[in-house]
Write a protein that binds this ligand. Structure first.
Ligand code: SF4
Ligand code: SF4
Ligand code: FES
Length: 371
């Protein structure tokens, strides 16, 4: 049987000692999981190794750890594939990031993850009047939220969220994906209030910097960043919610910028996001960014002519795309998570798929904003 070396980050707050690495060798089959390795270590070599696990089948979400520096479910990562990403033949296992460590590989999910989930009112608030019998929900609407419902609350996305690293108060990918689960549900009666709350919160939906880490990290294909973008589009395009965080204006400035230039012209984006170069709101932002502009000019990353002029002009293809989009009678949200056709026996899920064994198969789900 092959041997694998697992290098585990050890930390016990009771001892007062600093965190340290400890190597263990396990003999297991290549298809067995990193969690199998950790449990073997705990059974045979050191009963004090702290790891949280339950289902061992990628369902309960309790075994999230960082393997070779990236968040994974330990029970869902084969030893052989972990070895393949190790670089030096040693599989490193450490606790998830952005959450305090309680012991070894166990992090305090209550302090960060669950606190943020509670922040977004994670339950359905009935729209009134409540029907005498059951609500009848269009299948398309339910398909649209299937992706966010696939979340198993493992915290892997939270672990690698770059915004949360800079702003620990950021509501974060998992909680915002959860928020979309209710904003996308036509039975919920609080859509405008939920969206306004998340837009106005300085640590809310506009605090995400599109780093894509949560999409990479999620073992269930929830793609939290995509759910955040949906929240933004619905807030801005469907409800016209203007926020104090400049999110609404920035989004519209971005679209106008591309429509005008074809490519993003950064020099216009900042002032346009604040209402134009001469708007009183723009002045402090422009003054604040002067050092960065001067540095870019000195390093010749940008020339004065390019910064002040309009180097690009939108080509006809881009203009045509905008024309088609502007002429649509209503905005439609395309969900590519569930693909296939209604007469197929099995639906195809983009990645991960639902965890509840549901078997609905439909054409790409489109969200009509007022469905
Ligand atoms: S895309 Fe946004 S929410 Fe996702 S990890 Fe990056 S900053 Fe965080
Ligand atoms: S969104 Fe994905 S990574 Fe984040 S908690 Fe849910 S299942 Fe885990
Ligand atoms: S032990 Fe349940 S997801 Fe890994």
């Amino acid at each position: 049987m092959p041997e694998y070396v697992l290098r585990i980050r050890r930390y016990s707050p009771d001892t007062g000692a600093a965190a340290r690495w400890q190597d263990f060798t396990v003999d297991l089959e290549p298809h067995q999981s990193v969690l199998d390795g950790l449990l073997q270590i705990r059974d045979r070599q050191d009963g004090s190794v702290g790891i949280r696990s339950s289902c061992q089948a990628a369902i309960c979400g309790s075994c999230g750890v960082r393997i070779n520096g990236r968040p994974h479910l330990a029970c869902h990562t084969h030893l052989e594939s972990a070895l393949g990403t190790s670089g030096d033949g040693i599989i490193t296992v450490e606790p998830m990031g952005n959450m305090p460590v309680l012991k070894d590989l166990i992090v305090d999910m209550d302090a960060v993850h669950w606190k943020k989930i509670k922040r977004v009112t994670p339950w359905l608030v009935n729209s009134e009047p409540v029907p005498e019998r059951e609500y009848v929900v269009p299948a398309q609407s339910m398909l649209d939220i299937t992706q966010s419902m696939a979340c198993i609350q493992c915290g892997c996305c939270v672990s690698d969220c770059l915004s949360m690293e800079v702003d620990p108060l950021f509501i974060g990918p998992a909680a915002l994906a959860k928020a979309y689960r209710f904003v996308g549900d036509p039975r919920d009666g609080e859509h405008p209030a939920r969206l306004k709350d998340l837009a106005q919160d300085p640590h809310g939906m506009y605090d995400c910097t599109h780093c894509f880490n949560c999409i990479e990290a999620c073992p269930k294909g929830v793609a939290p960043m995509n759910q955040i973008m949906r929240l933004r589009r619905i807030a801005s395009a469907d409800y016209g919610i203007e926020d104090d965080n400049n999110g609404y204006r920035h989004e519209h400035a971005f679209v106008r910028n591309i429509e005008r230039n074809g490519l993003l012209h950064e020099a216009d984006l900042l002032p346009d996001s604040y209402g134009g170069k001469f708007h009183p709101r723009a002045v402090p932002a422009l003054v604040g960014s002067l050092p960065a502009i001067v540095k870019a000019l000195m390093r010749r990353k940008v020339t004065l002519g390019k910064a002040l002029g309009h180097p690009h002009k939108a080509p006809d293809d881009v203009k045509r795309i905008f024309k088609v989009v502007h002429q649509r009678p209503e905005r439609r949200e395309l969900n590519l998570y569930v693909t296939g056709t209604e007469d197929e026996d099995e639906p195809t899920y983009a990645r991960g798929g639902p965890t509840d064994g549901s078997s609905a198969g439909h054409t790409p789900a489109e969200r009509s904003p007022n469905a």
